[in-house]
Design a protein around this ligand. Structure first.
Ligand code: SAM
Ligand code: SF4
Length: 467
């Protein structure tokens, strides 16, 4: 029997597994004409509904998926224009009291070399990434009360903000009580990110045999606590490969709708982590593998069903697929990542402290070139979090097509800043050429005049100018 969205401490569970199962079972594939007509009508405002998403996922017609991919790209561009946001994860600790079957950080992995960075060590890693051009980081940590709790994370946040030029720090850590989440918010965390891993309760139980993470409902209600604690932006996702991907995708969409209904804002990001083999983890292959083709469908459906969300693709994925998803709706990618704490500043690779194997190991410079080469604009922008275009405001502005007008100048200003600091003169020229080209698109914008002035200041060496 599947647990229902039973009341828990007065909260309803955001997603009912039974409702999702019913939806999946009853979803008839679309006929081609019906699908093409529906897909052609989608916009940031007219999104794919949950029952429509279920039917699309049941449809195998390649022509329908071709149209869906084109619409996902067009919806992404209506909202964000050509910009693709770049970020890097900063792993703080691989010490963990949980025993997730898929993760190398699990408590009973005796072979893992445990490391928890001090705030000073975390600052060293952040400085390294800052020199590479990053301005936003995702802090990632295992769960260990007393060691990597909210107080520790808050100290790290404060230290990095104080001692580096990092502009926004997001956090991917354990679900916490409201007062601890409030502490992180006060310390300047941007987005709070927790992946449900699997929304299927039975699979969840099997994958998380012990530790605080064994509590499905505590995890599923984390975002409600985060939003009540003052977070304006949250990030959700399912770890692909643990259970039927169609069930997971519909659950994520339902979770996103629940957040909109109860808090007025869609989740700021939806991530698409896919199972990778991890050192010392008992699960050596995914129980329900997700193919590259299915992965593409997942990105497409998220974009069409939750248009304002940043769809985030990490370096777990192979280079060719990461390039492909840029054409079908993804809007944020990590680059040059390490998943072992301290991994950026140490010379040698330490596989025994990594979370899982990475696929796309290209450095940021190559990723910047790749994005430019595909006709997009790499963006190191962090402005929305800093001028309160967040939460409900962000969802409304994105849905109305008003965010794009900020994304373009901010992407161009941050790319220009990146170019000015670039050590490689060829890369500098390539980026500046793209800025010049992109500047033409500013013609007619109410920000055109102010943009030209800010751009000139950035080219002259000023930093951190934005709208
Ligand atoms: N410990 C916290 C937690 O579990 O939520 C946050 C950090 S955990 C390192 C971040 C995410 O990594 C997890 O939520 C999970 O989705 C993902 N992950 C863990 N093992 C993985 C694997 N073998 N392959 C791909 N992603 C994995
Ligand atoms: Fe710990 Fe998170 Fe890894 Fe699970 S996924 S073992 S909670 S670090």
């Amino acid at each position: 029997m599947l647990p229902q969205n039973k009341p828990m401490n007065g909260d309803l569970l955001p997603v009912s597994a039974e409702e999702i199962s019913r939806l999946l079972e009853g979803a008839a594939p679309f006929r081609r004409r019906e699908a093409l007509s529906l897909l052609g009508s989608l916009t940031p405002r007219r999104r794919l509904t949950l029952p429509e998403a279920a039917r699309l996922l049941a449809t195998t017609d390649p022509m329908v998926w071709e149209k869906a991919a084109a619409m996902a790209r067009s919806v992404r561009e209506e909202i964000f224009g050509r910009r693709i946001v770049l970020f890097a994860p900063l792993y703080l600790s691989n010490d963990c009291v949980n025993n997730c079957l898929y993760c190398g950080f699990r408590q009973v992995n005796r072979e893992a070399r445990r490391i928890t960075l001090s705030p000073a060590q975390a600052v060293r890693e952040a400085r390294f990434l800052e020199k590479k051009g990053y301005h936003r980081l995702l802090l990632v940590s295992g769960e260990n009360p007393g060691k990597t709790d909210a107080e520790y994370l808050a100290q790290v946040l404060r230290a990095i903000y104080r001692e580096t030029g990092m502009r926004i720090l997001h956090v991917n850590a354990a679900p916490m009580p409201e007062e601890e989440l409030a502490l992180l918010k006060e310390a300047g965390a941007g987005v709070y990110q927790v992946f449900q891993e699997t929304y299927h309760p039975q699979t969840y139980r099997e994958m998380h045999p012990s530790g605080p993470k064994a509590d499905y409902a505590w995890r599923l209600t984390c975002m409600d606590r985060a939003l009540r604690a003052g977070f304006r932006d949250v990030g959700i996702g399912a770890l692909l490969g643990l259970y039927d991907y169609r069930f997971e995708v519909l659950s994520v969409i339902r979770h996103a709708e629940f957040l909109l209904e109860t808090h007025g804002a869609f989740p700021h990001t939806i991530s698409v982590p896919r199972f990778k083999r991890a050192f010392g983890a008992p699960l050596t292959r995914p129980p329900r593998p997700v193919s590259d083709r299915e992965f593409e469908k997942i990105v497409i459906v998220y974009r069409l069903a939750v248009p304002p969300a940043g769809v985030v693709v990490s370096t777990r994925e192979p280079a060719a697929l990461r390039e492909r998803v840029l054409d079908i709706g993804a809007s944020q990618i990590s680059a040059g990542s390490k998943t072992d704490p301290g991994g950026y500043t140490q010379e040698a690779r330490h596989a025994d402290s990594e979370q899982f194997e990475l696929d796309d190991t290209r450095p940021i410079e190559e990723i910047v070139r790749m994005i430019l080469g595909r006709g997009y604009l790499p963006s190191l922008c962090t402005s929305c979090y800093r001028v309160d275009r967040t939460g409900e405001t962000f969802t409304e502005m994105a849905t109305d097509g008003h965010i794009r007008g900020f994304c373009l100048p901010n992407a161009l200003l941050t790319l220009a800043e990146y170019a000015v600091a670039a050590e490689d003169p060829r890369l500098r020229e390539e980026c500046l050429a793209a800025v010049e080209e992109g500047t033409k698109e500013m013609e007619g914008s109410p920000l055109a005049g102010a943009f030209a002035q800010k751009l000139a200041r950035v080219i002259a060496g000023e930093k951190d100018l934005f709208f």
